[in-house]
Design a protein around this ligand. Structure first.
Ligand code: GLC
Length: 739
């Protein structure tokens, strides 16, 4: 629609119709009959508002969305189509690995391809907007939503944020071919104190800008059409009513002209936060902060019009918000085609295709991280050894994680079925061995009934039999593969935990099994870094598999048998124990570093009962090959505008290796304290067997910029260290002077 016509449309709306565009309701408001008693009554939303509402939350499927849209438009005076928005975080029907696994690929280019597929499936299923990517920087593995993040590094997060937005919002001949991206959760939700869900976030503006904003900024710069506010506070003010974040930074400093939508009920939660007395004040706070859409509460629906009529809010704020929503609908072409071509036939053709599965398998292969491989136990040779697969994830298809909302476990290739495809019967056996958990009571909070919870729990007899059968089978095996991990519902939203080791019953099972003295391989399925401290001692090999998605079983078997050489590198540190958290590689220096020359013994930054170091550091991952790094060279010892840095890689192995060469810097002296290391460059490099390559990086002066004492984003002259290597710990060091 021409913009002038769109403006005329805006001007022709009543205030109620305008308010309607700023309200988002869930699907049950549109196709369930018992609205009077159910959600409508609960939210106090009138039918008048439902008839003019602007968008729908988490309804997908060509048939359903078409049906709702058709009925809605029939009653619509101005024929303004509904926007269908949904949580499509790392896959619609073809589910890729969780984003913490995507981060471990260090391959934004590949992830952009994945998100193009996600957009294609989603669009054909009637989705117009996805609440993705989630780009919250994470440093605390107790927080369940690490699952949705690409990790702890500002720059890596920024690269993935851009890749995901560009993949989702793929342009074709100047038109939006994909779906609109709603980047979330703005801002710094990942810094919830104590890793406790929905808890306070408080930090300096310097830390906010230096570490936490990069992902959102990158997404906005990549053209994300929406931003979702986060539940947390920043500097004592909840983000959904925080003018500094939403107006000053997002809109004015970054020039974001898209739609800001609150997270679920976050407008009304301003009351619970204690910054609004009632829904009227909550509405005022949120609208004055330029939050455009109120997700799933009655605040805007019931309070905005009275505020306008009483002259208690600037009508321009509301008109501007409605204008942004109408422009979004126009950018999606909804006025010309409210269904964006989504049909049941097209949906069937586009979902879960072989091409999509193949890409999901490739991404999963690159997401898997080999954490240990003693005596090069891996890769295995098919049918050379007797293999026993044990553990609750062995024959489990639920490998897609909590936020795979529209994925189906029955599409998933389990580890067992993938193994059965390449191993002969007399070389392979499977025994469950133990349950996923010993107690499922917590599922009650997610709506599970007592009966469902009861059915999940193994009886004492069942436990004894399962263990006995596993031990008996283990005696006949040469190698035991343990498919273990945390329950899907133990991570993701509302999944904060203070004990992030493997479930106790699984640990007890492992203790019994390793007594057999066989070769042991752990596959860890989790939505976060787990403290695998005990397992590192017990296992000969460990693969961190995340929730690997629809093709997870196949990808794991590809790695186990060497069809693919593992190349994943951690994008989030794995702690030795939960007491070390929050933990991140790019920590500041302190006045009493561990290796202090001026202080001895206990009087340095350390614990009495734990190392400072992570179990596995940021950037860590093993390969089946051995690649040596040497000959680090700088084009000069002094840098003015740029510096060339090179390093030689030599593949000493018979394997083709995909190495992620990482370059870090340290600003030795700044006007404020600087991190011990900061990732600045990385390259994924393929090395043929015995191949040698010189890898070069170009460091620009702007790569050294940071928020200095006066908050200017720049740098000061002085000494810098540069580190190049295969992870944040294992590097070769050099230095240069910035002049
Ligand atoms: C949830 C999540 C958010 C999600 C939204 C809509 O509470 O915080 O990530 O997109 O509600 O489901």
């Amino acid at each position: 629609m021409e913009e002038n016509k769109l403006r005329q449309l805006l001007d022709s709306l009543t205030w109620k119709e305008k308010v309607g565009q700023l309200v988002q309701l869930s699907g049950d408001f549109f196709h369930s009959e018992e609205l009077t008693v159910g959600p409508k009554k609960k939210l106090g939303i009138t039918q008048e508002i439902i008839d003019v509402v602007g968008s729908v939350l988490n309804v997908t499927g060509a048939e359903t969305t078409r049906d709702i849209q058709e009925k809605y438009l029939m009653n619509s005076r101005h024929k303004i189509p509904l926007l269908f928005m949904a949580d499509i975080i790392y896959g619609y029907r073809t589910i890729f690995p969780i984003p913490l696994g995507l981060g471990a690929t260090w391959n934004p280019k590949l992830i952009k391809e994945a998100y193009e597929i996600i957009a294609k499936e989603s669009r054909s299923a009637g989705a117009h907007v996805t609440y993705a990517p989630m780009v919250d920087l994470v440093r605390d593995a107790r927080w369940g939503r690490c699952l949705e993040s690409t990790g702890e590094d500002p720059q890596l997060n920024a690269h993935f944020a851009e890749a995901m937005v560009r993949g989702l919002q793929k342009e074709q001949n100047g038109h939006l071919e994909g779906i609109a991206s709603c980047v979330k959760h703005f801002a710094a939700y990942g810094a919830a104190e104590a890793g406790r869900e929905y808890n306070t976030v408080d930090m300096s503006e310097r830390r906010l800008r230096q570490d936490y904003l990069s992902g959102y900024k990158s997404a906005v710069d990549a053209g994300a059409k929406l931003v979702m506010t986060s539940f947390n506070t920043y500097d004592g003010i909840p983000v959904t009513g925080n003018e500094f974040l939403l107006k000053d930074i997002l809109r004015e400093e970054w020039g974001f002209e898209g739609v800001i939508i609150s997270d679920y009920a976050a407008v009304q939660e301003l009351i619970a936060h204690g910054v609004a007395k009632d829904e009227r004040e909550a509405t005022l706070l949120a609208m004055n902060a330029t939050n455009d859409i109120d997700m799933k509460t009655g605040c805007y629906a019931n309070e905005l019009e009275p505020l306008i009529n009483k002259g208690e809010i600037d009508p321009k704020l509301v008109n501007d918000a409605v204008w942004r929503v109408l422009k979004l609908k126009n950018a999606l072409g909804l006025f010309e085609d409210p269904y964006r071509g989504s049909t049941v036939i097209q949906e069937k053709e586009n979902l879960l295709t072989e091409e999509n599965r193949n890409l999901a398998r490739k991404v999963a292969q690159e997401s898997l991280v080999l954490l240990k491989n003693a005596d090069n136990l891996l890769p295995l040779k098919p049918n050379h050894q007797k293999i026993l697969l044990v553990g609750p994830y062995g024959d489990e298809q639920d490998l897609i994680g909590l936020w795979a909302v529209h994925g189906k476990s029955e599409d998933v290739v389990s580890i067992k079925s993938a193994l059965e495809k390449i191993l002969k019967q007399d070389n392979f056996s499977f025994e469950q061995g133990c349950g996923l958990l010993s107690d499922y009571q917590f599922l009650g909070e997610f709506g599970a009934t007592k009966e469902q919870i009861g059915s999940l729990k193994m009886t004492e007899t069942e436990k004894k039999i399962a263990l006995k059968q596993a031990v008996e089978a283990g005696k006949k095996a040469d190698i035991i593969i343990y498919a273990m991990g945390e329950h899907t519902m133990q991570s993701g939203e509302a999944g904060s935990r203070t004990d992030i080791s493997l479930p106790k019953n699984q640990q007890e099972f492992i203790e019994q099994m390793v007594e057999l003295g066989k070769k042991n391989i752990l596959i860890s399925i989790s939505g976060r870094p787990l403290t695998l401290t005990k397992e590192v001692e017990q296992m000969d090999a460990i693969i961190q598999a995340w929730f690997p998605g629809t093709e997870g079983g196949n990808a794991l078997v590809d790695i186990l048998f060497g069809k693919v050489n593992p190349s994943g590198r951690l994008s989030m540190s794995f702690p030795e124990n939960v007491g070390q958290l929050p933990m991140y590689y790019n920590e500041f220096k302190t006045g009493r570093p561990l290796n202090s020359s001026t202080h001895r013994g206990r009087f340095v930054t350390k614990y009495l009962d734990s190392p400072n170091a992570p179990l596995f550091p940021f950037g860590f991952g093993l390969s089946y090959g051995t690649v040596d790094y040497d000959e680090l060279k700088l084009s000069s010892e002094r840098m003015t505008t740029d510096l060339e840095i090179s390093i030689r890689l030599k593949n000493q192995s018979p394997y083709e290796c995909l190495e992620t060469v990482q370059l870090y810097i340290q600003d030795v002296t700044g006007s404020v304290v600087r991190p011990t290391k900061e990732l600045k460059k990385y390259q994924k490099v393929n090395l043929l067997p015995k191949e040698e390559k010189i890898i070069t990086f170009s460091l620009d002066r702007s790569d050294l910029y940071y928020y200095m004492k006066d908050m200017r984003f720049n740098t000061e002259t002085g000494d810098f260290l540069v580190f190049v290597g295969k992870n944040s710990n294992d590097t070769i060091q050099a230095s240069f002077e910035l002049i």
